[in-house]
Every structure is written in structure tokens, then in C-alpha cells.
Design a binder for this molecule. Structure first.
Ligand code: HEM
Length: 412
């Protein structure tokens, strides 16, 4: 143990992992190193109305809980907001908060609906759209990368998958931002609930329309699917559409922004991408590890379990801090270095085990499309102002990134 002297972080019991302010700190890597060293299975004390919970920060412990879906359930919620509130109203209906047989059945329906044809069409569109958006900001002087590029890509992609009218995307983007994260830190819980309801109502109408008139899209696939001869219930279809629009937008958006910021700050890695000494495939995985957009997920223990010698009781809340595990020195060599050629890279940015990210192929396609396009068209990236952090205890990233993109002299 390197102990408190190595980390001037102070008393870990005083750090509030439920408070979005905590994730505005500049010493987060030191804070997480202190948790891994001093209290890897940390009991986070109750505060106010919020109950206490476990916070796991080491890679092997986080991995073990992700794998063990029998003893660590998702139906009691999977993020601090719902775990601490006592549950998720979509439990047993929405994939991420459903366990056991029903989880496998719904996941199979969704995976089938991502047919090879649908995926090929979407990949092609991701590449074309990324090129168009990046070409538009080349030589445009200072632009904010977030609204000009990062916000456009995932919403349009998920819009393709669900076949949503382009005119509806700005409203859905606004609701997504309010529902999960906040650009300003001033979103009230009531505003978040209202935004979630607006998305659910939107999909309730759309699902009814697609049931009557199905097309070649994921909403239609869900609306017309049968499991053991029975259709999915309407609330199951609506909640899963909701989960796709939220899951498909937020994480990819902040991963793209964080990747551009990292490339601008690490000139050697930017050069490695340009001269081909790092492949887009390994760069995509390192970008996911480095940005780790979903800082935590969580579970409820269904039985008494020992984790790294600490007794966790049935019913306890156990949170898994991807943002720490992905920088654990016991799993990653020199984890604080951004290395586009990193191999192996068994990061947990997309989770692990039965609840492994359903949209992993899309998240990866969006990031590799961006890296490919930057390598081909852009010669230099300059950050021209202070990036603004998202205000959340769940999502890590930036809501604003002023940049100048300079064209590559010999565009490929
Ligand atoms: C699950 C991260 C993109 C939809 C997950 C989980 C993580 C994650 C960590 C595991 C949750 C858990 O174990 O409780 C990310 C990141 C992404 C991304 C970092 C982008 C860079 C997407 C996209 C979609 C999506 C594009 C939509 C198409 C989902 C769904 C689940 C999930 C529905 C639940 C899967 C299940 O419970 O079986 N994601 N995701 N994600 N993700 Fe993603």
C-alpha cells in the first residue's frame, strides 16, 4: 500500500460520490488511486436520505461483479440515481434493469433486429456523415466541437437505427441531456423527470404507429417481435426504445469529445495516428478506455458475498467504478499514459458479462469513423478555450470544447 502520504486526498469517508461536484475536481486520478490503494471495497456512508453503499474501484473486483449476474442483480437499479432511490420504475421491462431469462429474451430480440443489413447501412452512413461534419469545420476558424460534430453523430445514428424523423432529433437531444446529465448543473430533479416522460410519450406514439405500419427499423422489430409466441408488452417496447435513445446518444457523444481533446493534448499519439504507426482499431479501444464515459454502474447483492475479503450483505448496493478500474495499475501498464497502440486493452468502458453494452458495435463504429476521418482530413487540432465539464455523477466528459481543425496538406 502506498498509503495516505502518497495521496494528499485526505479522509475518503468525506468524499461524496453521489455529488456531481466531486467529479469537477482536477485531481480525480489521484482520488481514485487513493481509493484503490486505501479502500478498494469502500463503504460509502449514508448521507441525508441516501443510504450507504459499496464503491469498488479495483479492476478485478469490478470485473467479478459484472460477471456474476446471479448474485448481483440489475433490477434494483444500475446507476446511483435509481439505486439510492430504492429502484427503477422500468425494472423487469427495460433491458438494462432486467435480469435472468427475460433479460436474455429481450436482448436476443434486440440483437436480431441489428441485422447485418441494418448494421452495414448504418456503418456507411456514419462514415459519410462524419466526413461531412468534419469537412465543414475544417478552416472554419474556432468552433465548438460538441454542438458542431459530437452532438450530431450519435443522435443521427440512433435516428437511423430507429428510423426517426430528422426533425425530431433536436427535441430528443434536449430531453436526453436533461434526463441524464446537465451542461450547467442547474437541472432540477423535476426537469429530469419531465424530460424522461417526454421521451416515453414520444415513443408510445411512435410504437403504436409502427405496430400498425412496420418498417425495417429497430422500433418496428421490437413492436412486432414475439417471445414464445407472445408479443412484447407495450411498456416493454417503449422502455427499450427509451434505453436505446439514451444509451445511444450520451456515451458516444462524450467519447467523441474526449477523444478529440486527448488527441489535441498528446501530440506524439496524434502523430502516431497520422503516420499509421497506431491503427484505428487499437486507437478506438484506447479512446474508450481513456474517456470511460459511464463512470459507474451498480448492482444489488442478492446474497451475502465476500469481495476482496470484505463481507457484503444481501440487499446491499454495490457500485462499480469503471472510471477507476480502467486506470488500475494491476491490469494496465502505465495506465495514466494515452497510448493509441495499447495491447492488450481489456477495458471495462462498455461493461462486461451478461449486461455488456448492446450498442458496443455502434459506439465503436462511431469512434473509429471519427478517428479514420480525422486521420484522413485533419493535419492539426488546437484547443482554443477551456473545455467545460458535464455536471453528473454518472457521465464523465465535456459539454463544450472550442477547437480549430487545420486541414491535412495531403488529404488521404
Ligand atoms: C449497456 C457503455 C454506446 C445501449 C452498457 C453498459 C456500459 C455501456 C458500461 C453496461 C451497463 C451495466 O452493466 O449495467 C456504453 C458506452 C458507449 C455505449 C461507453 C459509447 C461509447 C451504446 C449505444 C447504445 C447503447 C450506441 C444503443 C444502441 C446500451 C444498452 C445497454 C448498454 C441497451 C444495456 C445492455 C444490457 O443490459 O444487456 N453500455 N454504451 N450503448 N448499452 Fe451502452
Amino acid at each position: 500500500m502506498s498509503g495516505a502520504a502518497a495521496h494528499p486526498i485526505g479522509d475518503l469517508d468525506l468524499i461524496d460520490l453521489t455529488d456531481p461536484h466531486t467529479f469537477q475536481r482536477d485531481d480525480l486520478p489521484d482520488m481514485w488511486r487513493a481509493f484503490r490503494d486505501r479502500s478498494p471495497v469502500h463503504w460509502h456512508p449514508a448521507r441525508g436520505d441516501a443510504p450507504g453503499f459499496w464503491a469498488l474501484s479495483r479492476y478485478p473486483d469490478v470485473l467479478a461483479v459484472y460477471r456474476d449476474a446471479d448474485r448481483f442483480w440489475s433490477e434494483g437499479g444500475t446507476v446511483l440515481a435509481t439505486l439510492l432511490a430504492g429502484g427503477d420504475s422500468a425494472a423487469g421491462k427495460m433491458l438494462a434493469v432486467t435480469d435472468g431469462v427475460r433479460h436474455r429474451e429481450i436482448k436476443a430480440v434486440l440483437q436480431r433486429s441489428f441485422s447485418a443489413r441494418v448494421v452495414a447501412r448504418i456503418n456507411e452512413r456514419i462514415r459519410a456523415r462524419t466526413r461531412r461534419l468534419v469537412a465543414e469545420v475544417l478552416d472554419a476558424g474556432e468552433v465548438d466541437f460538441v454542438p458542431r460534430v459530437a452532438e450530431q453523430l450519435p443522435m443521427a445514428t440512433i435516428g437511423d437505427l430507429l428510423d426517426l424523423p430528422a426533425a425530431d432529433l433536436p427535441m430528443l437531444l434536449r430531453c436526453n441531456k436533461l434526463a441524464l446529465s446537465s451542461d450547467t448543473g442547474t437541472t432540477s430533479p423535476l426537469e429530469s423527470v419531465a424530460a424522461r416522460n417526454e421521451i416515453l410519450l414520444y415513443f408510445a406514439d411512435l410504437v403504436a404507429a409502427r405496430r400498425r405500419n412496420p418498417g425495417d427499423d429497430v422500433v418496428s422489430a421490437l413492436a412486432t417481435a414475439r417471445i414464445n409466441g407472445s408479443p412484447l408488452r407495450e411498456d416493454e417496447v417503449v422502455y427499450n426504445c427509451y434505453s436505446l435513445i439514451i444509451g445511444g446518444d450520451e456515451s458516444s457523444r462524450v467519447a467523441a469529445t474526449g477523444t478529440v481533446l486527448a488527441l489535441a493534448r498528446h501530440h506524439d499519439q496524434w502523430r502516431a495516428l497520422l503516420d499509421g504507426s497506431a491503427s484505428v482499431a487499437t486507437a478506438t479501444e484506447e479512446a474508450l478506455r481513456w474517456t470511460t464515459p459511464a463512470m459507474h454502474f451498480g448492482r444489488r447483492a442478492t446474497a451475502d458475498v465476500e469481495i476482496a475479503g470484505v463481507r457484503v450483505r444481501a440487499g446491499d448496493i454495490v457500485t462499480l467504478w469503471n472510471t477507476s478500474a480502467n486506470f488500475d495499475e494491476t491490469e494496465f501498464a502505465d495506465p495514466g499514459s494515452f497510448r493509441l497502440g495499447r495491447r492488450p486493452n481489456r477495458h471495462l468502458a462498455l461493461g462486461h458479462g451478461p449486461h455488456f453494452c448492446l450498442g458496443a458495435f455502434l459506439g465503436r463504429a462511431e469512434l473509429s469513423g471519427l478517428l479514420d476521418c480525422l486521420r484522413d482530413l485533419v493535419g492539426g487540432i488546437e484547443v482554443t478555450g477551456a473545455p467545460r465539464r458535464i455536471y453528473s455523477n454518472f457521465l464523465f466528459g465535456h459539454s463544450s470544447l472550442p477547437v480549430v481543425f487545420r486541414p491535412r496538406r495531403s488529404a488521404r
